[in-house]
Design a protein around this ligand. Structure first.
Ligand code: A2P
Length: 277
């Protein structure tokens, strides 16, 4: 990869490409994560909700590689928001991971449901995060799926500015207003579903670009994210595709990059942080 790390606003170095563990437990989770470690991934993204924390902890132990060489992210789920809930969830995550710190701790979604006072809940959750951060048990803290009005609430009411916002981001759904706002505030954006869960793989433009650069559509998506200064978290269950996804040694020409920026909206998951079905 051209640039190995992104430096967060507090100086913490975050490897530029992560392995997403959502749904790895649909297969042999420990083995899939071990494969990713063997291929070279050192940045792993999990969450209390994914039920993959235990497997991640086990795979890291099994690899024999020191904990300090990894960058581990976990998240607090909607049902555990608020000061006490967040603290409890964090302790449970550490226990499952079998670790004494995480590198990054995120609020998974800004609103648990339609009825709750999300502004208050986010602030209370964030207060717990600030304490955990000051204790050194999370090297960095941030949020996920926050639109600008959710982020503004934290900025207006809290002391520590989030270091990261993890959002859905892929060609066809780049949430440019969120990316721009976060960048202005020194907040690093991470991309979940950077390959659009394959929903964008048949797109004509992306296929043309893949042909032009002699790369796969997945690699075009990942190069695009990195060129936007967005840290992608691709998932794969195959060692070969894991390797391919790490091998992003090229850049898109400006004109091609712009074409992706201006693609029509497509491949959105439909998950809106303010709407509930
Ligand atoms: P697989 O596990 O069979 O590799 P996202 O990260 O956007 O959520 O997308 C994950 C999906 O993309 C998975 O279905 C995964 O399937 C597939 N995938 C991951 N990497 C590649 C790749 N390099 N080429 C094709 N499909 C990929």
């Amino acid at each position: 990869m051209k640039k190995e790390y992104t430096v967060l606003s507090n100086g913490v170095k975050m490897p530029n490409l992560a392995f997403g563990t959502f749904k790895v437990n649909e297969g042999d989770d420990v083995q899939i994560i071990l494969d990713a470690i063997n291929v070279g991934y050192r940045h792993f993204d999990t969450a209390a909700f994914y039920n993959t924390e235990e497997a991640l902890g086990k795979a890291i132990k099994k690899s024999g590689i020191p904990r300090e060489e990894f960058f581990i992210t976990t998240k607090v789920w909607k049902t555990c928001m608020g000061y006490e809930g967040a603290k409890k969830s964090f302790e449970e995550s550490l226990e499952k991971l079998d670790m004494d710190y995480v590198d990054l701790l995120l609020i998974h979604w800004p609103r648990p449901d339609e009825k709750s006072d999300w502004k208050k809940l986010d602030i209370e959750t964030w207060k717990a995060f600030e304490e955990i951060y000051k204790e050194g048990r999370a090297k960095a803290i941030g949020v996920s799926n926050f639109l600008n009005h959710h982020m503004q609430n934290i900025l207006d009411n809290c002391e520590v500015v989030p270091m990261v916002n993890q959002i859905e981001f892929h060609p066809g759904y780049i949430q440019k207003d969120v990316v721009d706002f976060d960048k202005e505030h020194g907040i690093v954006v991470e991309a979940w579903s950077p390959l659009g869960r394959e929903r964008v793989f048949k797109d004509e433009l992306l296929n043309k670009l893949a042909q032009k650069y002699g790369k796969s559509v997945a690699q075009i998506c990942l190069a695009f994210a990195l060129q936007m200064d967005v840290v992608p978290l691709p998932k794969s269950s195959s060692a070969e595709r894991m390797k391919q996804n790490m091998d992003i040694d090229f850049e898109l020409e400006k004109e091609d990059f712009e074409k992706i920026v201006n693609m029509e909206e497509m491949g959105w998951s439909g998950l809106d942080p303010d709407k509930f079905q």
